[in-house]
Design a protein around this ligand. Sequence first.
Ligand code: GDP
Ligand code: MN
Length: 395
Amino acid sequence: MKLQEHHARRLLAAQGLPVPSFRLATSPDEAADATAEFMSEGAERVVIKAQVLVGGRGKAGGVRLAGTLAEAREAAAAILGLSIKGIPVRRVLVAPAARIERELYLSAAIDRSARRVLVMASGEGGVEIEEVAATRPEAILRVHAHPHLGLLDFQARRLALGLGLPLDQQRAFVRIARGLVAAMLAYDADLVEINPLAVVEVSGADGTDGRRLELQCLDAKVTIDESALARQPEVEALRDLDEEDPTDRAAREEGINYIRLDGTIGCIVNGAGLAMTTMDLVKRAGGEPANFLDIGGGARADRVEAALRLILADRAVEAVLVNIFGGITRGDEVAHGLIAARKAQVRDVPMVVRIVGTNADEAHALLADANFITAASLDEAAARAVAAARQPARA
Ligand code: GDP
Ligand code: MN
């Protein structure tokens, strides 16, 4: 689950990371109010940032600086009128603009192959890190956190040295890097990314113009492991339903594990392993699966109906392959469920079914009567689904 930047900032601030203050605004007037407040506290300019769950907002015109109330109002109006990568901007974040000296990159992510948290840092922050990784991989420093002890002091210092930070910034960096890993574990995040982690110029607290440099988190991207949300109710409450893909949301609410793919053959399967096997067999038979879908244990009729609805909403789907392992669920019950589920749909495509388990023969007979294509083996089912998808389009 992705978090909005303002939520991510709050979580990181709560873990002690240096996150500058900010306010949210949903209208140009609110943005001007926030600007007036920050200016009364001494800010010369503010930064106004679109709050949407996609990266690259800067490039898309979603991050702007303003030096007057009128400019702030105008910038907020422009950003609130944008759609970034198809998502309309509903809110902006307003913060005192930092005077940036240098932009660093810092992140913590799960490295599955190493079974550890991987911390990455780069002196080339601000820009898209994927670009740096592709063109200059040596510009990204990497270190794995200890599974029990987190990121150790010396590991963080090594990163700081690698970035060429002076001593006072090294100390600050070590605290931030360790805090980042601690935040990751505290919230069950699978990614925490600060880009830019900026070296900013701040004026001395006593008003003297002694130039002082500080590290600040100017952007925050946090994604949370979906499987951990059950034990993270405060984080789950931050889910942005407005921005969730409607199909993903429907699937989640039905308890169906659904991932849309590019092919033409929809797959309804119970069990994740069986679902992956089914996809492999579709490919081997020369077809392309339109989705990964696991309706979970058993074959509850309501889930089958919901799954079929999700699949048929994808206009690329030309045939559906149902592979249900009945187990203790009776096959004839599953067949009745499928027949009813198909009748309840607004769109129809050829449906190939393979059921194994109790009363499978009866199930196949019922389905054949109802104009389903049945198959005795998985290979046969996959071949028939691929052949059915290749038929000329039906009305
Ligand atoms: P992203 O494009 O979605 O990653 O949004 P960011 O928040 O990272 O902002 C993009 C870029 O805008 C940063 O890399 C900075 O160069 C610039 N920027 C963001 N905040 C400030 C700020 O407070 N002051 C200044 N001068 N520039 C900023
Ligand atoms: Mn950024």
